[in-house]
Design a protein around this ligand. Structure first.
Ligand code: SF4
Length: 436
């Protein structure tokens, strides 16, 4: 029994209407972990297209960590504590109804603690006799069972949700450091999210029509971003690539708002997007198939087909941004992994460490002036990558690379960033001088 005093809300039997039985989550509010505000909102919209009352989990703040600390041992990684703490805000709220609540927690196998999030939350709910509350963890190993009657269509909407949130974030980060009036870009970003979410959440729309509406809306959004008044020319600041653990690099509470702080210190940030991880998982699936001698198999064919469909969606959504993203093109995952091969070979290192090492070199070749790795303290990925960064830097013109670890305890990040930005500025002068 956990030694925790959480205020329990009264139990209420859930008596769903007949017509709500269509989906196992009907009649429940589904909370989506708020990794990045954009992705949580677009993913919630994707679930809304199935008629599910989905929304991002509450925002992270000090209370998040306080609640998580009551049920954790201190060995959990920061992302786990933040996700759990935000869910605990829901569970401890006076209006919490277990039978009308669900938490979305995808899972994974392997050494990463991410695979422990869902079992741990389920265990807590059992101990508190909240078994009626659902932890929704569809995985590829069970073909995303229970997600929808038409799983493929839903996965397609979910993929588009990831892509549009990546696109909007990228646009925002390219413009925000140069805005004349503080807060304008954030406001446009939020309005844009509202608009794409409205399209994604419409379950009556065919996939074809949805794409048409999304691309049309993205054109308007692009033009609205372009109209933002600027105080400096776009692209005139030192450009900082950002890699790291996927949750930490997007969750601004967990990373002490590092992106904004870099902007305040005079830089612009280009952050590795969420889609990159999806491409990596596809690459990994195919690698495993080849390893098992299934190079020519139905599984391989299906994997290739899924990738092809996803590439088509990506291409279509990026059409309005051909010119805007000309100097911000994302590398193909094969290229990222080729870059990482001499340092952390993808067949041996696996996961974020190999992707981040390769992406760092990708950012160097793309003309970045420095790189930050945003990682949780005690996570193996960051520790391994940190060991190879000095060699990567040496092999690439002393490209400035700085590791930033976070464990939920605030520290003087600005001073560290100031020193890093000095390094970045002198590297930039050298780089531009070389170009002549
Ligand atoms: S990668 Fe590291 S920080 Fe992220 S969930 Fe896994 S163990 Fe935690």
């Amino acid at each position: 029994m956990l030694n925790v005093e959480l205020k329990k809300s009264p139990m209420r039997k859930h008596t769903p209407e007949k017509d709500q039985r269509k989906h196992p989550l009907s009649g429940r509010k589904l909370y989506i972990p708020r990794m990045s505000v954009g992705a949580a909102r677009t993913m919630a919209a994707a679930f809304q297209s199935l008629g599910i009352d989905a929304q991002p989990s509450p925002e992270s703040d000090e209370q998040t960590l306080t609640l998580a600390a009551k049920v954790t041992t201190g060995e959990e990684c920061l992302p786990q504590r933040v996700v759990l703490g935000n869910f605990l805000k829901v569970i401890t709220a006076s209006d919490f109804l277990p039978a009308e609540t669900a938490f979305f927690l995808p899972t994974s196998s392997g050494p990463c603690r991410f695979g422990q999030y869902a079992p741990f939350l389920k265990k807590l709910l059992r101990e508190w006799e909240y078994e009626e509350c659902v932890v929704f963890s569809p995985t590829s190993s069970n073909q995303y069972e229970g997600i929808s009657e038409n799983t493929n269509a839903f996965l397609r909407v979910g993929w588009r949700a990831v892509l549009v949130s990546d696109i909007l974030r990228k646009l925002m980060l390219m413009i925000r450091p140069y805005e004349k009036v503080n807060g304008t870009t954030d406001r446009v970003h939020m309005e844009s999210l509202d608009e794409v979410c409205e399209i994604l959440s419409d379950g009556t729309c065919s996939l074809k029509m949805q794409m048409k509406l999304l691309t049309g809306q993205l054109e308007h959004i692009r033009d609205r971003f372009k109209k933002i008044d600027l105080k400096e020319p776009l692209g005139s600041r030192p450009l900082i690539g950002a890699v790291g653990e996927i949750f930490l690099r997007f969750n601004s509470f967990s990373n002490q708002q590092i992106v904004r702080r870099i902007e305040t210190a005079g830089g612009e940030v280009w952050i590795a997007d969420i889609a990159e991880w999806v491409w990596y998982t596809h690459w990994e699936v195919k690698r495993k198939l080849r390893e098992r001698g299934k190079r020519f198999s139905t599984d391989m064919l299906m994997a290739g087909l899924r990738e092809w469909v996803q590439h088509q969606d990506e291409k279509a959504l990026l059409v309005p941004f051909r010119t805007v993203f000309q100097k911000r093109e994302e590398l193909k995952i094969e290229q990222v992994l080729q870059y990482s091969t001499p340092y952390l070979p993808p067949e041996k290192s696996l996961g974020e460490m190999t992707v981040n090492a390769g992406k760092t070199i990708g950012f160097y070749h793309a003309g970045c002036d420095g790189l930050v790795d945003i990682s949780p303290f005690t996570c193996m990925n960051g520790i391994v990558t940190e060991a190879v960064y000095p060699v990567i830097s040496r092999d690439h013109d002393d490209f400035p690379i700085r590791m930033f670890y976070f464990d939920g305890v605030p520290f003087d990040l600005d001073t560290d960033l100031e020193i890093f930005m000095e390094l970045v500025k002198s590297y930039r002068l050298k780089r531009l001088g070389k170009r002549g």
